[in-house]
Design a protein. Structure first.
Length: 204
């Protein structure tokens, strides 16, 4: 599970950087940048912990996570022109973080005895919650609701569902469930971007 931990940190870093970049684009001051970085990085996980009744939220008890959030905010604030050129790498790290946090969120829900839909919901919120909070605080409609975006929340839901199914029918392969769930989310999001897949909307 050490690899998963490292990848989770990479996803946390990417989420935080994306929040900080949005804050810079909106011309927030340093405090605003730190806040938006933190909300984006740990918001989804914090909502997940609230939903399953694990309080206080794990991210708020982890000093290393909070220091990382602060460091990311400072780096982006100071070098935002250079960091802004990393849009493509940040996109892929964000996708990886989405997959991992959705899968780990579903695993957390299972540990608290939730059923299929509970696990899917908690896993999805764990993956997308930070980005939704970021967009709301930045005065934007959350990007997951736009038709012209690639699959995001639906990809996270699929990954969370995979985790639940593997846990249910092959409980001995818990680590494999998290890996496969994350891969399903990552694969769906990337393929939707490459193939132009979109969710249907009502016809006019």
């Amino acid at each position: 599970m050490q690899l998963l931990d490292l990848l989770s940190w990479a996803g946390l870093l990417a989420f935080g950087a994306s929040g900080a970049l949005v804050a810079v684009q909106k011309r927030f001051d340093l405090v605003g940048i730190v806040v938006l970085t933190g909300v984006t990085a740990i918001g989804g996980g914090a909502i997940r912990d609230v939903l399953v009744g694990s309080l206080p939220a794990g991210s708020l008890r982890n000093e290393a996570v909070l220091w990382l959030v602060f460091a990311v905010a400072l780096v982006v604030w100071r070098f935002y022109r250079r960091v802004g050129r990393l849009e493509r790498p940040i996109y892929y790290l964000d996708t990886l973080g989405l997959g991992l946090f959705a899968a780990l969120g579903a695993e957390r829900a299972l540990a608290f005895g939730l059923g299929f839909w509970g696990c899917v919901f908690v896993g999805t919120v764990s993956g997308v919650g930070g980005g939704v909070l970021r967009d709301v605080l930045a005065g934007e409609i959350p990007g997951i609701f736009y038709r012209n975006r690639d699959l995001y929340a639906s990809a996270a839901s699929a990954g969370a569902a995979v985790v639940f199914l593997i846990y249910t029918f092959a409980p001995a392969y818990s680590a494999l469930a998290v890996v496969l769930g994350a891969l399903v989310t990552v694969g769906l999001r990337l393929s939707s971007r490459w193939l132009g897949l979109r969710l249907p909307t009502p016809r006019s």
